[in-house]
Ligand binder design. Structure first.
Ligand code: DAK
Length: 258
């Protein structure tokens, strides 16, 4: 991995970990940080030794969102020319599962980054919010769409129009996060979950993620057709033969990732 200034990367077995590392700025997502994050995720995505990734921040803040200081003087054309959305699209195109390990503030783009991930493990101190309205704008990296699909219109409206924060237990109750654990263990829990997924049949994991994400984009009929094609495709993998033989032979399967 190259030298990064705004993130730290580590590997834990088959899990690639990215730590957002601008603690003094609450991990605000300046363009340098986003570029490094994307670079690290893509490197892990391309690495056969990695099966899943975790993104985390600090105990106090997963991320307080886009860097307001960097963005404040921009014009609409500046933002378009900077290709602000491209990096976010590329993160959503990562093929391996990404788990957000969230503690403290996940606000604005920080909340949207967590929503781009496939699973969220939250500490008891996690708070999710879209405070853009307080600085005269609205979410721009998917918040209005993803929150509404997950939480429903009523709560999404309160969050986006009136800066309503969701605490960890509410986020769990509404299906925004997978689990809530004590602050001492949220990262370990996320790494454990990522490690378990990373030990599963890689091609099936990839296609499973892809198929679930299609549910947010396609009609039911199109989504079911996509799922069927993915299911049939898996019968061309060695891992399908291995998985089913291992079951019949009462042994643990050994995955090849092909
Ligand atoms: N940007 C820049 N600096 C930030 C920041 C941010 N978002 N959040 C915090 N900081 C900085 C503070 O300025 C302060 O720096 P110094 O003054 O010490 O130099 C330091 O972090 C500590 O923050 P506080 O002193 O404010 O700490 P508190 O504990 O009192 O409060 C807080 C923590 C997180 C509640 C508060 O800092 C806060 O409200 N932060 C702003 C949250 C916010 O409004 N977030 C939304 C930003 S807009 C898009 C993609 C993404 C986006 C839009 C479009 N496209 C693809 C089109 C995203 C937009 C956003 O996220």
């Amino acid at each position: 991995m190259p030298e990064y200034t705004d993130i730290l990367t580590e590997t834990h077995g088959r899990v690639g970990l990215v730590r957002l590392n601008r603690p003094k700025a609450m991990n605000a997502l300046r363009s340098q940080l986003l570029a490094e994050l994307l670079d690290a995720l893509r490197a892990f995505d391309a690495d056969d030794a990695i099966g899943a990734m975790v993104i985390t921040g600090s105990e106090r803040a997963f991320s307080a969102g886009a860097d307001i200081k960097e963005m404040a003087d921009a014009t609409a054309v500046d933002l378009m020319n900077r290709g602000l959305s491209d990096g976010w699209h590329r993160i959503s195109a990562i093929r391996k599962p990404i788990i957000a390990a969230v503690s403290g503030f996940a606000l604005g783009g920080g909340c949207e980054l967590a929503l781009l991930c496939d699973l969220i493990v939250a500490s008891e101190t996690a708070q999710f919010g879209q405070p853009e309205i307080t600085i005269g704008v609205i979410p721009g990296a998917g918040g209005t769409q993803r929150l509404t699909r997950i939480l429903g219109k009523a709560l999404a409206m309160e969050m986006v129009l009136n800066n309503r924060f969701l605490k960890a237990d509410e986020a769990l109750q509404h299906g925004l996060v997978n689990r809530v654990v004590p602050v001492e263990s949220y990262l370990d829990e996320a790494l454990k979950l990522a490690g378990e997924i990373a030990a599963r049949a890689p091609v099936a994991v990839r296609l499973g993620k892809e198929a679930i994400n299609k549910a947010y984009e396609l009609s039911l009929a199109e989504g079911l057709a996509a799922e069927q094609r993915a299911f049939y495709l898996l019968f061309s993998t060695e891992d399908q033969k291995e998985g089913m033989s291992a079951f019949v032979e009462k042994r643990v399967p050994v995955w090849q990732g092909r």
